[in-house]
Design a protein around this ligand. Sequence first.
Ligand code: 13P
Length: 252
Amino acid sequence: MRKPLVAGNWKMFKLIGEAVDTVNALKSQVADVTGIEIVVCPTFTALHPVAQALKGSNVAIGGQNIYPKENGAYTGEISPQMLLDAGCSWTIIGHSERRQYFKETDAFLNEKIKFALGAGLKVMFCIGETLEEREGGKMNDVLCRQVTHGLQGLSAAQFEQVSVAYEPVWAIGTGVTASPAQAEEAHAFVRSLLRDQFGADVAEGVRIQYGGSVKPDNAAELMAQPNVDGSLVGGASLKADSFAAIVKASLC
Ligand code: 13P
């Protein structure tokens, strides 16, 4: 049985004070929740104060990106070791906004994933097709390329620390959610890719989160799909009430 993973990606939102207020409200609302792994991914400046606020709670912390070096002359970058030091146990890697705006390639993302895992962080690896790719009939090719190259060379043991987040780019921040059937179709395909490349045990064990306009009122039907093992939530994770409602709706 795969334990659902519900994570909030706060992107470039919230100053430190707001971030701490949000997690203080969130942790009491989800204090009784068991059986779901809950993660919030604030901006870098808020990581440490948020980690302090969440100490002893059932909510873990993640970064939104890493650079694959421990330290050095890499102006503006952050290492997995620094995220761990700030209190993180997770990082997001390969979000479509990083692929699109910062031109991150599959090969670079593969390097980042391996480096983050080697440092002891768990990884949410994002994949997903654009609307143009979907309408052009290229969805499966794109997902295949992202999975094959992005996860190349990982061992079965490393996969225990990896979750794949399927985030169709056309559903991110648009209010257009993939239907439960569309999500299930893509997730089942991703799982089949994992099976082909890494074997049945890895494929059955890896969680595949859905991301893209997840809200309290659509979370339960998405989570009810057999291959949907959680969510990666943007906008609706910014408010404690709506994120807590998504967590609770995922308890099916
Ligand atoms: P929204 O939930 O705002 O669509 O964002 C999804 C996302 O990009 C999570 O990483």
